[in-house]
Design a protein around this ligand. Structure first.
Ligand code: ADP
Length: 258
């Protein structure tokens, strides 16, 4: 007996688990077995939800949209280093989906959605490549939707309900996200990252604000000016402009940085 139900959500095949370890782990296994582009794995509860760099993602039963989306481009068309673009595309599509419920979230570069300076959504991407081209990517998305209390070790976590009073059922949000992602993904394939970044800019919690980028060899402090065409964040520092391609960035007014 499989431990999932198969549903159709907005024209996509959805493997829906009551409880699973991680929807990314499930969908990666399906991807390796040849699952097609556009399938998703969703769970009411994840026991080992993960964020970037193997950080834990709290995914309590029924309280959020915990799901992963399979991207499988035509073979030999998308260079593997472009896989990280999919985090931006997913963040934009999720902000648009929430907006359909009159919930206005901001995008904290590169991979979080925040409301009122608190984190309601995290996004990460894992991929497989062959000879420099993307074979598949799995975008994992967790959105806190319901409930108003979080454990003390997550002081900057919040839910859509806690910040706005709006209650959205997890599968309803996923069903809204999918058509947005289909459009935003097609646009990205056809036009590259530039337009995605242009659409993110007005929703950004980062641009225009004082930031600290925490890098392996030290910190860069300054004002976040704009996005470079590859998605890197350009920071105006005392010593001129600096580009940060990847990493943890604290933004003044967001998640406890004052
Ligand atoms: P980062 O924000 O550092 O990029 P991720 O987006 O990968 O990290 O998410 C992992 C981090 O998010 C964890 O280390 C933890 O601090 C925090 N976190 C874990 N679960 C939740 C949750 N349900 N809501 C908000 N934040 C969470």
């Amino acid at each position: 007996m499989p431990d999932y139900d198969i549903l159709e959500l907005s024209g996509h095949k959805a493997y829906v688990y009551q409880v699973t370890d991680s929807t990314n782990t499930r969908l990666k296994a399906l991807a390796r077995d040849g699952e097609s582009h556009g399938s998703i794995a969703a769970a009411y509860e994840q026991t080992s939800g993960r964020g970037r760099m193997d950080r834990k993602w709290l995914s309590r039963s029924g309280l959020g949209a915990w799901f992963s989306y399979l991207i499988r481009p035509e073979p030999d068309t998308v260079p593997s280093e472009k896989a990280s673009d999919l985090v931006f595309v997913s963040a934009l599509s999720m902000a648009r989906a929430l907006s359909d419920f009159s919930v206005e979230a901001q995008i904290k570069w590169p991979n979080d959605l925040v409301i009122g300076g608190k984190k309601i959504c995290g996004i990460m991407c894992e991929m497989a490549q062959s000879e420099g081209f993307l074979t598949w990517a799995v975008a994992g998305i967790g959105v806190n939707l319901l409930g108003c209390s979080f454990p003390p070790d997550l002081p900057w976590a919040a839910s859509v309900e806690s910040e706005t009073g709006v209650k959205i059922a997890p599968l309803d949000l996923i069903a809204r996200f999918l058509p947005h992602f289909d459009n935003d993904y097609r646009n990205w394939l056809e036009n590259g990252l530039f337009e995605t970044l242009q659409n993110i800019a007005p929703l950004s919690a980062t641009l225009g604000n004082r930031v600290v980028a925490h890098l392996p060899n030290g910190e860069i402090t300054g004002i976040a000016l704009r996005f470079r065409s590859d998605g890197a964040l350009i920071i105006q520092t005392e010593n001129g402009e600096c580009a940060v391609a990847y990493g943890d960035v604290s933004v003044r007014g967001v998640m406890g940085y004052t």
